[in-house]
Design a protein around this ligand. Sequence first.
Ligand SMILES: [Zn+2]
Length: 122
Amino acid sequence: MENVPTIPTTTQKVFCPYCFHTLSGGDYFCPFCGKQIKEKPVDTSVMKQVSVYLVSLLLPPAGLWPAFKYLKAKDPQAKKIGMVCIVLTIISILLSVYFLSAFVNSINTQITNQLNDGLLGI
Ligand SMILES: [Zn+2]
């Protein structure tokens, strides 16, 4: 009976495309030439999600940066996070536009009322 070496399923043989050294499947960087082999997976932990969602909501344009980073990732979970970030950013922008226009309107009304009052007082 042949002694077939068992290869663990988690470590496939990968070769560095730059220096052709054998790499273990989990390497993000080639240990021989230091080149990046594959992109590091983005952080999809709950804490990370909460923080990027908060940034999307509270600092609208800033949330787009992590959003695109997540959308670019191959992980479907990360893509979902990216979509949520963009939706939150849009909601946040719409809300601030809404409140800003409501604020401007109320000031306009006040000024108009005061002007009217002033005219009536003459
Ligand atoms: Zn290499």
